[in-house]
Design a protein around this ligand. Structure first.
Ligand code: CP
Ligand code: NVA
Length: 318
Protein backbone atom coordinates (compact mmCIF):
# COMPACT_ATOMS: atom_id res chain seq x y z
CA UNK A 1 0.00 0.00 0.00
CA UNK A 2 3.03 2.30 0.07
CA UNK A 3 3.53 2.55 -3.70
CA UNK A 4 2.95 5.98 -5.20
CA UNK A 5 -0.44 6.04 -6.93
CA UNK A 6 -0.44 6.73 -10.65
CA UNK A 7 -3.69 8.14 -11.99
CA UNK A 8 -3.55 5.71 -14.90
CA UNK A 9 -4.09 2.75 -12.53
CA UNK A 10 -7.69 3.71 -11.88
CA UNK A 11 -8.43 6.17 -14.72
CA UNK A 12 -9.79 3.35 -16.87
CA UNK A 13 -12.71 3.03 -14.43
CA UNK A 14 -14.02 6.48 -15.34
CA UNK A 15 -17.74 6.47 -16.17
CA UNK A 16 -18.30 2.90 -14.99
CA UNK A 17 -20.88 1.59 -12.50
CA UNK A 18 -20.10 -0.23 -9.27
CA UNK A 19 -23.03 -2.54 -8.57
CA UNK A 20 -21.24 -5.69 -7.47
CA UNK A 21 -17.82 -6.75 -6.22
CA UNK A 22 -17.78 -8.71 -9.45
CA UNK A 23 -17.59 -5.44 -11.43
CA UNK A 24 -13.96 -5.01 -10.34
CA UNK A 25 -10.90 -7.08 -11.20
CA UNK A 26 -8.43 -7.85 -8.44
CA UNK A 27 -5.99 -5.40 -10.10
CA UNK A 28 -8.62 -2.66 -9.94
CA UNK A 29 -9.39 -3.48 -6.30
CA UNK A 30 -5.70 -3.26 -5.40
CA UNK A 31 -5.33 -0.02 -7.33
CA UNK A 32 -8.34 1.48 -5.51
CA UNK A 33 -6.85 0.36 -2.17
CA UNK A 34 -3.57 2.14 -3.00
CA UNK A 35 -5.49 5.27 -3.89
CA UNK A 36 -7.65 4.99 -0.73
CA UNK A 37 -4.54 4.55 1.42
CA UNK A 38 -3.01 7.69 -0.08
CA UNK A 39 -6.27 9.60 0.43
CA UNK A 40 -6.33 8.46 4.05
CA UNK A 41 -2.72 9.59 4.58
CA UNK A 42 -2.92 12.86 2.65
CA UNK A 43 -6.56 13.98 2.42
CA UNK A 44 -5.68 17.62 1.61
CA UNK A 45 -4.02 16.59 -1.65
CA UNK A 46 -7.44 15.55 -2.99
CA UNK A 47 -9.48 18.57 -1.81
CA UNK A 48 -10.34 19.65 -5.37
CA UNK A 49 -10.19 16.24 -7.06
CA UNK A 50 -13.95 16.24 -7.81
CA UNK A 51 -14.41 20.00 -7.88
CA UNK A 52 -18.03 20.90 -8.66
CA UNK A 53 -19.22 17.29 -9.13
CA UNK A 54 -22.63 16.41 -7.76
CA UNK A 55 -23.61 13.03 -6.35
CA UNK A 56 -27.24 11.97 -5.75
CA UNK A 57 -27.80 9.71 -2.75
CA UNK A 58 -31.01 7.67 -2.97
CA UNK A 59 -31.98 5.82 0.22
CA UNK A 60 -34.94 3.46 0.30
CA UNK A 61 -33.70 2.04 3.63
CA UNK A 62 -32.20 3.77 6.69
CA UNK A 63 -28.47 4.49 6.97
CA UNK A 64 -25.88 6.03 9.25
CA UNK A 65 -22.53 5.00 7.77
CA UNK A 66 -23.37 4.94 4.07
CA UNK A 67 -25.10 8.32 4.19
CA UNK A 68 -22.37 9.97 6.26
CA UNK A 69 -19.38 8.52 4.44
CA UNK A 70 -20.70 9.25 0.94
CA UNK A 71 -21.69 12.79 1.96
CA UNK A 72 -18.33 13.50 3.60
CA UNK A 73 -16.47 11.74 0.76
CA UNK A 74 -17.91 13.85 -2.06
CA UNK A 75 -17.61 17.07 -0.04
CA UNK A 76 -14.01 16.42 0.94
CA UNK A 77 -13.18 16.00 -2.76
CA UNK A 78 -14.68 19.41 -3.62
CA UNK A 79 -18.10 18.18 -4.74
CA UNK A 80 -21.54 18.21 -3.22
CA UNK A 81 -24.52 15.88 -2.89
CA UNK A 82 -28.31 15.71 -2.94
CA UNK A 83 -29.80 13.25 -0.46
CA UNK A 84 -33.19 11.55 -0.95
CA UNK A 85 -34.36 9.83 2.25
CA UNK A 86 -36.61 6.72 2.26
CA UNK A 87 -40.12 7.43 1.00
CA UNK A 88 -39.10 10.58 -0.85
CA UNK A 89 -38.69 9.95 -4.57
CA UNK A 90 -40.31 6.46 -4.53
CA UNK A 91 -38.09 4.53 -6.96
CA UNK A 92 -40.48 2.67 -9.26
CA UNK A 93 -43.50 3.76 -7.20
CA UNK A 94 -44.01 7.53 -7.40
CA UNK A 95 -42.09 7.50 -10.66
CA UNK A 96 -40.55 4.78 -12.83
CA UNK A 97 -36.90 3.82 -12.40
CA UNK A 98 -36.41 4.76 -16.07
CA UNK A 99 -37.84 8.27 -15.65
CA UNK A 100 -35.83 8.94 -12.48
CA UNK A 101 -32.63 7.78 -14.20
CA UNK A 102 -33.37 9.97 -17.24
CA UNK A 103 -33.99 13.00 -15.01
CA UNK A 104 -30.98 12.60 -12.76
CA UNK A 105 -28.47 11.99 -15.57
CA UNK A 106 -29.16 15.58 -16.71
CA UNK A 107 -28.70 17.04 -13.24
CA UNK A 108 -25.93 15.20 -11.38
CA UNK A 109 -22.64 13.43 -12.15
CA UNK A 110 -23.29 10.14 -10.32
CA UNK A 111 -25.88 8.30 -8.25
CA UNK A 112 -25.55 6.08 -5.20
CA UNK A 113 -28.59 3.90 -4.52
CA UNK A 114 -29.61 1.91 -1.44
CA UNK A 115 -32.67 -0.15 -2.21
CA UNK A 116 -34.19 -3.64 -2.09
CA UNK A 117 -33.80 -5.51 -5.39
CA UNK A 118 -30.48 -5.74 -7.20
CA UNK A 119 -32.55 -5.49 -10.41
CA UNK A 120 -33.43 -1.90 -9.48
CA UNK A 121 -29.80 -0.75 -9.39
CA UNK A 122 -29.00 -2.82 -12.49
CA UNK A 123 -31.79 -1.30 -14.55
CA UNK A 124 -31.05 2.20 -13.24
CA UNK A 125 -27.47 1.71 -14.41
CA UNK A 126 -28.65 0.60 -17.87
CA UNK A 127 -30.92 3.64 -18.23
CA UNK A 128 -28.59 6.31 -16.79
CA UNK A 129 -25.55 7.56 -18.68
CA UNK A 130 -23.82 8.46 -15.40
CA UNK A 131 -22.05 6.11 -12.93
CA UNK A 132 -24.32 4.24 -10.51
CA UNK A 133 -22.99 2.88 -7.20
CA UNK A 134 -24.69 0.17 -5.13
CA UNK A 135 -25.00 1.45 -1.56
CA UNK A 136 -26.64 -1.86 -0.47
CA UNK A 137 -29.32 -4.03 -1.96
CA UNK A 138 -30.82 -7.24 -0.62
CA UNK A 139 -28.25 -9.04 -2.77
CA UNK A 140 -24.95 -7.19 -2.26
CA UNK A 141 -23.13 -4.51 -0.31
CA UNK A 142 -20.01 -4.01 -2.43
CA UNK A 143 -18.76 -0.74 -0.85
CA UNK A 144 -18.86 -2.47 2.54
CA UNK A 145 -16.77 -5.40 1.29
CA UNK A 146 -14.24 -2.95 -0.17
CA UNK A 147 -13.89 -1.19 3.19
CA UNK A 148 -13.72 -4.53 5.01
CA UNK A 149 -10.89 -5.95 2.92
CA UNK A 150 -9.06 -2.60 3.04
CA UNK A 151 -9.32 -2.91 6.84
CA UNK A 152 -8.08 -6.50 6.79
CA UNK A 153 -5.11 -5.38 4.65
CA UNK A 154 -4.27 -2.72 7.26
CA UNK A 155 -4.16 -5.31 10.04
CA UNK A 156 -2.89 -8.51 8.40
CA UNK A 157 0.07 -9.12 6.11
CA UNK A 158 -1.08 -11.44 3.34
CA UNK A 159 -4.80 -11.76 2.63
CA UNK A 160 -4.14 -14.82 0.46
CA UNK A 161 -3.00 -16.77 3.53
CA UNK A 162 -5.97 -15.87 5.72
CA UNK A 163 -8.90 -17.96 6.86
CA UNK A 164 -11.95 -15.72 6.97
CA UNK A 165 -15.09 -16.96 8.72
CA UNK A 166 -18.50 -15.39 8.16
CA UNK A 167 -21.11 -16.47 10.71
CA UNK A 168 -24.81 -15.66 10.37
CA UNK A 169 -27.19 -14.82 7.55
CA UNK A 170 -26.01 -15.66 4.04
CA UNK A 171 -27.36 -12.54 2.36
CA UNK A 172 -26.07 -9.23 0.99
CA UNK A 173 -22.93 -8.68 3.08
CA UNK A 174 -21.99 -12.38 2.93
CA UNK A 175 -22.39 -12.37 -0.87
CA UNK A 176 -20.07 -9.40 -1.36
CA UNK A 177 -17.50 -10.83 1.08
CA UNK A 178 -17.59 -14.20 -0.70
CA UNK A 179 -16.80 -12.60 -4.06
CA UNK A 180 -14.11 -10.41 -2.52
CA UNK A 181 -12.42 -13.29 -0.65
CA UNK A 182 -12.47 -15.35 -3.84
CA UNK A 183 -10.81 -12.54 -5.82
CA UNK A 184 -8.07 -12.18 -3.22
CA UNK A 185 -7.46 -15.94 -3.10
CA UNK A 186 -8.28 -16.22 0.60
CA UNK A 187 -9.89 -19.18 2.31
CA UNK A 188 -13.45 -18.29 3.31
CA UNK A 189 -15.91 -20.29 5.38
CA UNK A 190 -19.54 -19.22 5.58
CA UNK A 191 -21.57 -20.79 8.41
CA UNK A 192 -25.33 -20.21 8.32
CA UNK A 193 -28.44 -21.97 9.56
CA UNK A 194 -29.60 -24.50 6.91
CA UNK A 195 -32.37 -22.32 5.46
CA UNK A 196 -30.31 -19.12 5.44
CA UNK A 197 -27.37 -20.13 3.23
CA UNK A 198 -25.80 -17.78 0.72
CA UNK A 199 -27.36 -18.03 -2.76
CA UNK A 200 -26.03 -21.07 -4.57
CA UNK A 201 -25.24 -19.03 -7.70
CA UNK A 202 -23.02 -16.66 -5.69
CA UNK A 203 -21.25 -19.53 -3.90
CA UNK A 204 -20.64 -21.30 -7.21
CA UNK A 205 -19.34 -18.12 -8.83
CA UNK A 206 -17.06 -17.43 -5.84
CA UNK A 207 -15.78 -21.02 -6.02
CA UNK A 208 -15.03 -20.60 -9.74
CA UNK A 209 -13.10 -17.39 -9.05
CA UNK A 210 -11.29 -19.01 -6.09
CA UNK A 211 -10.18 -21.91 -8.25
CA UNK A 212 -8.21 -19.47 -10.41
CA UNK A 213 -6.95 -17.26 -7.56
CA UNK A 214 -5.82 -20.13 -5.33
CA UNK A 215 -8.49 -19.48 -2.70
CA UNK A 216 -11.20 -21.71 -1.31
CA UNK A 217 -14.87 -21.18 -0.49
CA UNK A 218 -16.57 -23.52 1.95
CA UNK A 219 -20.18 -23.33 3.11
CA UNK A 220 -21.29 -25.10 6.26
CA UNK A 221 -23.96 -25.01 8.95
CA UNK A 222 -21.33 -25.52 11.68
CA UNK A 223 -20.04 -22.25 13.20
CA UNK A 224 -17.21 -24.02 15.04
CA UNK A 225 -15.86 -25.55 11.84
CA UNK A 226 -15.93 -22.09 10.28
CA UNK A 227 -14.11 -20.23 13.07
CA UNK A 228 -11.53 -22.95 13.92
CA UNK A 229 -8.07 -21.30 13.57
CA UNK A 230 -9.64 -18.40 11.68
CA UNK A 231 -7.81 -15.08 11.21
CA UNK A 232 -11.00 -13.08 10.77
CA UNK A 233 -14.48 -13.63 12.20
CA UNK A 234 -17.24 -11.58 10.60
CA UNK A 235 -20.90 -11.38 11.48
CA UNK A 236 -23.91 -9.25 10.56
CA UNK A 237 -27.41 -8.66 11.87
CA UNK A 238 -29.75 -11.65 11.97
CA UNK A 239 -32.60 -9.48 10.68
CA UNK A 240 -31.72 -7.30 7.72
CA UNK A 241 -33.55 -4.14 6.75
CA UNK A 242 -36.89 -5.10 5.24
CA UNK A 243 -37.14 -8.40 7.23
CA UNK A 244 -38.33 -6.86 10.51
CA UNK A 245 -41.50 -9.01 10.59
CA UNK A 246 -39.28 -12.12 10.88
CA UNK A 247 -37.13 -10.85 13.74
CA UNK A 248 -38.54 -13.08 16.51
CA UNK A 249 -38.29 -16.32 14.57
CA UNK A 250 -34.84 -15.35 13.31
CA UNK A 251 -33.63 -14.64 16.85
CA UNK A 252 -34.35 -18.27 17.78
CA UNK A 253 -32.96 -19.83 14.62
CA UNK A 254 -29.71 -17.84 14.71
CA UNK A 255 -29.00 -18.23 18.44
CA UNK A 256 -26.34 -20.97 17.95
CA UNK A 257 -24.53 -18.58 15.57
CA UNK A 258 -23.87 -15.84 18.13
CA UNK A 259 -20.26 -14.66 18.11
CA UNK A 260 -19.41 -14.85 21.80
CA UNK A 261 -16.31 -15.65 23.86
CA UNK A 262 -16.84 -19.40 23.57
CA UNK A 263 -17.13 -19.40 19.79
CA UNK A 264 -14.31 -16.85 19.38
CA UNK A 265 -11.96 -19.01 21.49
CA UNK A 266 -11.76 -21.46 18.56
CA UNK A 267 -10.08 -18.83 16.36
CA UNK A 268 -6.45 -17.67 16.40
CA UNK A 269 -5.64 -15.50 19.43
CA UNK A 270 -5.08 -12.44 17.21
CA UNK A 271 -8.16 -13.00 15.03
CA UNK A 272 -9.97 -9.84 13.95
CA UNK A 273 -13.62 -9.41 14.84
CA UNK A 274 -15.53 -7.62 12.07
CA UNK A 275 -19.10 -6.39 11.63
CA UNK A 276 -20.52 -4.04 9.01
CA UNK A 277 -22.73 -2.40 11.68
CA UNK A 278 -25.34 -1.60 12.89
CA UNK A 279 -24.71 -4.29 15.54
CA UNK A 280 -27.39 -5.81 17.72
CA UNK A 281 -25.38 -6.35 20.88
CA UNK A 282 -26.46 -9.47 22.73
CA UNK A 283 -27.82 -11.01 19.52
CA UNK A 284 -25.29 -11.75 16.77
CA UNK A 285 -22.38 -10.54 18.95
CA UNK A 286 -21.76 -10.07 22.65
CA UNK A 287 -20.35 -6.86 24.15
CA UNK A 288 -17.16 -8.59 25.25
CA UNK A 289 -16.33 -9.50 21.65
CA UNK A 290 -17.35 -6.30 19.87
CA UNK A 291 -15.60 -4.23 22.57
CA UNK A 292 -12.50 -6.46 22.71
CA UNK A 293 -9.04 -5.46 21.40
CA UNK A 294 -9.61 -7.90 18.51
CA UNK A 295 -12.54 -5.84 17.24
CA UNK A 296 -11.93 -3.54 14.24
CA UNK A 297 -15.55 -2.56 13.64
CA UNK A 298 -14.95 1.19 13.86
CA UNK A 299 -11.94 0.92 11.55
CA UNK A 300 -14.27 -0.68 9.02
CA UNK A 301 -16.77 2.15 9.46
CA UNK A 302 -14.08 4.83 9.03
CA UNK A 303 -12.60 3.06 6.03
CA UNK A 304 -15.93 3.29 4.22
CA UNK A 305 -14.99 6.97 3.84
CA UNK A 306 -11.49 6.45 2.43
CA UNK A 307 -12.43 3.60 0.12
CA UNK A 308 -15.52 5.38 -1.22
CA UNK A 309 -13.46 8.52 -1.89
CA UNK A 310 -11.25 6.36 -4.09
CA UNK A 311 -14.27 4.80 -5.81
CA UNK A 312 -15.85 8.22 -6.44
CA UNK A 313 -12.62 9.64 -7.85
CA UNK A 314 -12.17 6.62 -10.11
CA UNK A 315 -15.74 6.66 -11.45
CA UNK A 316 -16.55 10.39 -11.48
CA UNK A 317 -13.09 11.87 -12.12
CA UNK A 318 -12.22 13.64 -15.38
N1 CP B 1 -22.72 -0.70 7.24
C1 CP B 1 -23.63 0.14 6.73
O1 CP B 1 -23.90 0.16 5.53
O2 CP B 1 -24.18 0.98 7.64
P1 CP B 1 -25.50 1.87 7.41
O3 CP B 1 -26.65 0.92 7.20
O4 CP B 1 -25.64 2.69 8.65
O5 CP B 1 -25.27 2.72 6.19
N1 NVA C 1 -27.48 -7.21 6.19
C1 NVA C 1 -27.71 -5.88 6.71
C2 NVA C 1 -26.56 -4.98 6.40
C3 NVA C 1 -26.67 -3.59 6.96
C4 NVA C 1 -25.52 -2.71 6.60
C5 NVA C 1 -28.99 -5.33 6.14
O1 NVA C 1 -29.23 -5.53 4.93
O2 NVA C 1 -29.76 -4.71 6.87
Amino acid sequence: MKKKQKKSDYAKMQGRDFLSVDDLSIQEIKSLFELAADMKRRPKKYRKALDGKILALIFEKPSLRTRTTFTVAIQSLGGTCVDYPPGDIGLGKRESVYDIAKNLERMVNGVMIRTFGQDIVSSFAVYASIPVINGLTDFEHPCQAMADFFTIAEHKKNIKKLKIAYIGDGNNVAHSLLLMAAKWGASMYVATPPDYAAEASVVQHAQDIAQKSGGSIIVTTDPIEAVRDADVIYTDTWTSMGQEAESIIRRNIFKPYQVNRELFSNAKHDALFMHCLPAHRGEEVTDEIIDSPNSVVFDEAENRLHVQKAILLALLGD
